[in-house]
Design a protein around this ligand. Structure first.
Ligand code: HEM
Length: 400
């Protein structure tokens, strides 16, 4: 006999804001999911999150989330209506296909070299000083420079490109103010117009670069012009916030464990382990939101149809059934492969995970090589437990 929904605890969002890892850890051993006082449910365990990512009874949310916020049009709304991330079935496959094939052909060594040069240049701009804010001065800029390289944004355009991306991304972070939403809408509009110019230039002068390849491949899939531009915008959204938080997380946790930082400084082949453990410990994307289209039974409890459901990577990646000492940062874990859940799964699995991984590997490598005596001056807060996360200032210092 199935238990009823009444037995599933309701968790206060304020508890998640104060101590998200502690709150999930309290419920995870006894319950596969909990309800949120703001509505919706959170799936807590690694096995269930991994399985439900593939379950057709959970669907992408379309325009439900902007509609809840009272939006029905505009450049931000189009991101939900025309983008792959929120689309299902055929529309999703059609929008994703060209982008995915163009990225698969991306010469990854060339991309890595570009990220490496950008990381070195960012550090060198501060090297004569003795301190920087790792979050704003480094981690927020590196992924945008990587995207500028990928898309072929000319050097003089990069500052405006960066400014508009920062403003647009505010909309997707936890708790944007009304002003931030209005600014994000303007920035998303400017960015789309700019991308239209970039696409036209690539059409007039085709090359072997990523953008020309993507334009060519998207024509095979009957992608409209608006869809094409929105998929590039989604590439930008997907490729900035996740990497930014990931870069801060791995640096902070390595620097907080001097033996592990030292081990990486002495042996750069440990960087991929540090990247995986960083993603496990504080994933850049907290989880993914879906809508249930049928009742779903999990271990005797019923998740009802018609609800928003958060598949929580933050919880799953600290599941004590899977990870020993889940709240310890340890780059020598034997099952770090399981941290790949941080890139999602199923049809929407990160379309650019290879690029993300390259950025997360090159970012700390540049720090280790150029500033080996780096010190953490204060730990940042990691905020957000639904989708994109953000960090506060992360001041580091070194002896010049
Ligand atoms: C640390 C790095 C990254 C992490 C942790 C990450 C994580 C994720 C996750 C969890 C999803 C699945 C979303 C869902 O199922 O709803 C996703 C999708 C996506 N990611 Fe990433 N990502 C990273 C880097 C990147 C980069 C560098 C780019 C672009 C250059 C990118 C672009 C995208 C796009 C466009 C999607 C949508 C795919 C689809 O809906 O089919 N991501 N990512």
């Amino acid at each position: 006999m199935l238990d009823t929904l009444h037995t599933v605890p309701v968790v206060a969002s304020s508890d998640l804001e104060t101590d998200v890892h502690g709150t999930f850890a309290r419920y995870r051993p006894a319950y596969p999911f909990v309800a949120l006082d703001t509505g919706g449910y959170v799936i807590l365990r690694h096995e269930d999150v991994s399985r439900l990512l593939l379950d057709p009874r959970l669907q992408a949310t379309g325009t439900a989330i902007p509609a809840q916020a009272g939006m029905s049009e505009g450049a931000l709304f189009d991101i939900f209506e025309q983008g792959m991330l929120t689309a299902n079935a055929d529309a999703h496959a059609r929008r994703r296909s060209g982008l995915s094939r163009a990225l698969a052909q991306q010469v990854s060594e060339e991309f890595r070299q570009h990220v490496r040069r950008s990381a070195a240049a960012l550090i060198d701009a501060y090297r004569d000083g003795a301190t920087l804010d790792l979050a704003a001065d480094y981690a927020a800029k590196l992924p945008i420079l990587a995207l500028a390289g990928l898309l072929g944004v000319p050097e003089p355009d990069v500052p405006t490109f960066m400014q508009d991306i920062h403003a647009m991304d505010e909309f997707f972070r936890p708790h944007p103010t009304e002003q931030a939403v209005a600014d994000a809408e303007q920035a998303a509009r400017r960015l789309r117009n700019y991308l239209e110019d970039l696409v036209q230039a690539a059409e007039n002068n085709p090359s072997e670069g990523f953008l020309s390849r993507y334009i060519r491949l998207s024509q095979e899939d009957d992608v409209t012009r608006l869809e094409l531009l929105v998929q590039i915008v989604q590439l930008i959204i997907g490729g900035t916030e996740s990497v930014r938080t990931g870069l801060v997380a791995q640096a902070v946790h390595l620097l907080s464990e001097p033996e592990q930082w030292q081990a990486v400084c002495e042996d750069l082949t440990l960087v991929p382990n540090a990247v995986a453990e960083g993603l496990r410990f504080e994933p850049g994307i907290a989880g993914v939101v879906r809508v249930s289209v049928e009742d779903i039974e999990i271990d005797g409890w019923v998740l009802p149809a018609g609800q928003l459901v958060l598949l929580s990577f933050m919880s799953a990646l600290r599941d004590e059934r899977v990870f020993e000492r889940p709240h310890a940062f340890d780059i020598s874990r034997s099952n770090l492969k399981l941290a790949r859940l941080a890139f999602g799964g199923g049809a929407h699995r990160c379309v650019a995970d290879a690029l993300g991984r390259a950025e997360l590997e090159e970012g700390p490598s540049a720090l280790v090589e150029r500033l080996p005596n780096l010190r953490l001056e204060g730990r940042p807060d990691f905020q957000g437990h639904m989708f994109v996360r953000k960090t506060t200032e992360c001041r580091v210092s070194w002896q010049p």
